[in-house]
Design a binder for this molecule. Structure first.
Ligand SMILES: Cc1cc2nc3c(=O)[nH]c(=O)nc-3n(C[C@H](O)[C@H](O)[C@H](O)COP(=O)(O)O)c2cc1C
Length: 423
């Protein structure tokens, strides 16, 4: 039978800690959890720095691939403002095949009937990967690495289903001195007919083959960026890690239709009267992203253990608390894309300061102190039912009072007395 210990008794919100199944521990430094230290004690600043796949970053905040990493000027701005790392906009060998349209974004606002004054909670884009010539992007990567040798620059790449093309692209981006590569297996729109982006991430057989080509060539760490537009995101993540990738990034945007204009009856974003499904991001996707990252983190913990694989959480991060949630689920780093488009590069200072506040509250001194700590609190619904039934049984037993005078204890004497009072 399950052994049972009560951490509080009495009241509807009692916390009943049941030892029914062994819970995995995930880098939990027990002694730090929940401790508060008096204000008079001099405490060192919480340390936000992280080392991921051998890459040292001053903080876990990474510019996610997209408009905030499109060219030298904006990537330089990101480094100057203090971002932990920058992932550039996805590049491919032949940018001439990438033709964007405008408008390419549409927003969802909170509030009655999408009032124009409501806060922006959702963002759809039908933007493709970088439409700038590869040569230009490579020149800029090189320049950035020369000017910021200690900062982490990650190239995001995507190619057609062609081994030679993938390997040529890897070779060329590596020659610029970038620190790692993120593979875009996740772009939800555009070019599925060329077997690019999500078309690979949604097909584990294709994914395994392409990851094999990539990892046979790459000499820097490789992160595979996953699409959420799939039933079980842990499956492609597993394939990517088994095929040699060092890390997983999740999530890319969620396939969406932002809305229909009720006057014109045309969908948004509307290009010459027509639209196409796009990718959804920003605050509204945060809970979905947490769910996907939780599944991947559980799979990584149970199947890959502590072998140094990394996880980068992405989706709707606008506060230090949003980032803390990803880290509590096991993420090493946290990427921000739409948040930068809405609030600018300076938002990283707010993110760092809010994350430090969270760490101070719990007396965590480093990111590793709390990384993955909340993963252990997920279980099956069947287990929840069992836990609740056991807790109710315990509470009833306590209300009924002591069965015999031999059950009185010194420490619980007052509570035991109260358990037998009727008013
Ligand atoms: C306008 C726009 C363009 C994007 N372009 C890319 C891209 O080129 N490559 C890529 O891997 N992800 C791209 N993304 C996806 C983001 O990197 C990120 O995965 C997603 O938007 C969720 O994070 P967020 O809510 O912080 O934006 C893009 C997102 C947006 C909004």
């Amino acid at each position: 039978m399950a052994s049972l210990s009560l951490s509080q008794i009495g009241g509807k919100n009692s916390v009943v800690e049941l030892q029914m199944t062994p819970r995995p521990r995930f880098n939990l430094c027990k002694s730090r959890v929940g401790l508060r230290v008096s204000a008079s004690e001099a405490k060192p600043e919480p340390d936000l720095s992280v080392t991921v796949n051998g890459l040292h970053m001053p903080n876990p905040f990474v510019i996610g691939s997209g408009p905030p990493g499109t060219n030298y000027t904006v990537m330089k701005k990101a480094f100057d403002e203090g971002w932990g790392a920058v992932i550039a906009k996805t590049v491919s060998l032949d940018a001439a095949k990438v033709i964007n349209v405008t408008p390419r974004y549409a927003r969802l606002r909170a509030g009655a009937n999408g009032s124009a004054k409501g806060q922006i909670i959702g963002w759809e884009n039908i933007e493709l990967i970088s439409d700038r010539p590869l040569e230009t992007m490579l020149k800029e990567f090189k320049q950035l690495k020369e000017e910021y040798p200690d900062r982490i620059l990650i190239a995001s790449i995507m190619e057609e289903y062609d081994k030679a093309a993938w390997q040529e692209l890897i070779d060329r981006v590596e020659q610029t001195g970038i620190d790692a590569i993120e593979i875009n297996f996740s772009c939800p729109h555009g070019m599925p007919e060329r077997k690019m982006g999500a078309a690979v991430g949604q097909d584990c057989t294709l994914l395994e083959e392409v990851c094999g080509w990539i990892n046979a060539k790459a000499t820097v760490p490789v992160w595979a960026k996953m699409t959420p537009n799939i039933t079980d995101i842990a499956q492609p993540a597993r394939v990517a890690l088994r095929s040699g990738c060092e890390g997983i990034s999740a999530i890319n945007t969620i396939m969406s239709v932002m809305g229909i204009n009720l006057t014109t009856l045309r969908p948004e974003p509307c290009v010459e009267g027509y639209s196409t499904p796009g990718g959804y991001s920003a605050k509204a996707v945060h809970p979905i992203a947490l769910g996907k990252v939780m599944s991947i983190a559980q799979m990584m913990k149970s199947e890959f253990g502590d072998k140094g694989y990394s996880l980068s959480g992405i989706g709707g991060v606008e506060t230090g608390g949003d980032a803390a949630e990803f880290i509590l689920l096991g993420a090493n780093t946290v990427q921000v894309c739409t948040g930068v488009m809405m609030h600018g590069y300076g938002v990283v200072k707010k993110l760092c300061s809010e994350l430090k506040d969270f760490m101070r509250t719990h007396n965590f001194s480093s990111i590793e102190d709390f990384r993955g700590v909340s993963l252990q609190y997920f279980t099956t619904h069947t287990d929840l039912v069992q836990r609740q039934q056991e807790a109710i049984r315990q509470r009833k037993a306590i209300r009924q009072g002591l069965q015999s005078d031999k059950d009185w204890t010194g420490d619980g004497f007052v509570k035991e007395t109260e358990s037998m009072v009727s008013n």
